[in-house]
Design a binder for this molecule. Structure first.
Ligand code: M7M
Length: 183
């Protein structure tokens, strides 16, 4: 038998097609609920470092869309990791796989209910990795999740991660979003 995961997950792909509106470009590639099916999907798709600039992968719990507006995300935010563009070839895929394994492996223990999903943005100006949590007001849980993420991704203590509230990020003018917490 296959090894069941604690949650059912959906892998989304955002294709950067300016002819459609943003939400229409978000498509589910596959859903899975076992370890074996995760690997079948992961090994089948292009690695994150190979998809076109402007595109994203997202892995979210089934029933949660990778959008601020989803009721599960509306009051939440994201831990954001900005990746140096020189690191795409070496670090990006490792970071993204480790993040995926944190999600499906419920690495955040009793805080896993706060986790909604994760997004990797492939961008010319530098790739981004975001871990989305449900409730931006749960400071202690968010800080603990951020610290666990840094450890799992082996991010050095000198690197500061920022947590951005989606409400601020969706309304931001220009490129700087307010950051609420850091670890
Ligand atoms: C329902 N809806 C429209 C909507 N709902 C959303 O949830 C949502 C958007 N729109 N996003 C749009 O993409 C632009 C780039 O953000 P980016 O994160 O790709 O980052 P870059 O600026 O391309 O680096 C954002 O400025 C925003 O326009 C982003 N986003 C998450």
């Amino acid at each position: 038998i296959k090894h069941p995961l604690h949650n059912v997950w959906a892998l989304w792909y955002f294709k950067n097609d300016k002819r459609n509106d943003w939400s229409a470009n978000q498509k589910v590639i596959a859903t899975f609920s076992t370890v074996e099916d995760f690997w079948a999907v992961y090994n089948y798709i292009q690695s994150a470092s190979k998809i076109a600039p402007g595109c994203d992968y997202s892995l979210f719990k089934e029933g949660i869309q990778p959008m601020w507006e989803d009721e599960n995300n509306r009051d939440g935010g994201r831990w954001l990791i900005n990746l140096d563009k020189r690191k795409r070839a070496t670090e990006l895929d490792k970071f993204w796989l480790e993040t995926l394994l944190c999600l499906i492996g419920e690495a955040f223990d009793e805080l896993s209910d706060e986790i909604c999903g994760a997004v990797v943005n492939i961008r010319p100006k530098g790739d981004k990795l975001g871990l989305w949590t449900r409730d931006a007001s749960k400071k202690d849980a968010i800080i603990r999740i951020g610290k666990m993420l840094k450890i799992r991704l082996n991010i050095s203590a000198e690197v500061t991660l920022e947590y951005q509230v989606h409400k601020d990020n969706s309304l931001k003018t220009g490129s700087v979003a307010r950051c609420s917490y850091t670890v």
